[in-house]
Design a protein around this ligand. Structure first.
Ligand SMILES: N[C@@H](CCC(=O)N[C@@H](CS)C(=O)NCC(=O)O)C(=O)O
Length: 203
């Protein structure tokens, strides 16, 4: 197996944190983002979307989406379950994980506008657009705030892929861009600080 990644990319980090939590060691290939390696002919042959992560299986099959990669690995390594343990807990984790995915997408659009760091994605960042987009981000943060309440983790008392997903976008905003993302959501703020102490969250 080989994981193509950007060490600090939000979506690759969903997989990286998951692997750390599970204690699974998968060989990694760090793509050169600045050099555009993810748009090279070689990489596009593996992942036509030119995005990361991609997991190349031992059979040579590329899995080109972070959630699909996690699902594949969970089937191979069922110990320390991270997508629930029965039909009910699985549906709860998946609902939160999908909400987390929406949060990632909305937040990335916001980041493209609130920072100047993604010229290839947004050549004309606009704070006005960013403000509007942040409303859509807040909509999801509000739901997660209510859901999390007093839980140690988003889906209850054990870490799940929902934590990996939501944590990754928090970490990108807070640690890579120094933005007070979710700081006015006290339960999420406490959840983030708590999860940040875990070795899996090392940045
Ligand atoms: N749905 C995909 C999204 C992957 C994605 O957007 N990755 C970003 C890094 S966080 C990327 O490769 N961006 C480069 C680009 O779009 O050019 C997943 O979850 O794996």
């Amino acid at each position: 197996m080989l994981l193509y990644q950007f060490q600090k990319g939000t979506n690759p980090r969903r997989v990286i944190i998951y692997l750390n939590e599970k204690g699974i060691d998968v060989p990694r290939y760090e793509l050169d983002y600045a050099g555009g390696e993810h748009k090279s002919r070689e990489y596009l042959a593996i992942n036509p979307g030119g995005r990361a992560p991609t997991l190349l299986t031992d059979e040579g099959v590329p899995i080109t989406d972070s959630a699909a990669i996690v699902e594949y690995l969970e089937a191979l390594y069922p110990g320390t379950p991270m997508i629930g343990t029965d039909v009910v807990s699985r549906s709860k984790v998946r609902s939160l994980e999908r909400l987390g995915t929406d949060l990632v997408v909305r937040s990335q659009l916001w980041l493209w506008n609130v920072t100047q760091s993604f010229p290839a994605k947004e050549p004309s960042p606009s704070l006005e657009v960013a403000d509007k987009l942040f409303g859509y981000v807040t909509e999801i943060l509000d739901v997660l705030e209510m859901t999390t309440a007093d839980n140690e983790f988003l889906a209850g008392n054990t870490p799940t892929i929902a934590d990996c997903t939501v944590f990754s976008i928090f970490q990108t905003c807070r640690e890579r861009f120094d933005l007070a993302f979710g700081a006015d959501h006290p339960c999420l703020d406490a959840w983030y600080k708590n999860f940040r102490q875990r070795p899996s969250a090392d940045y």
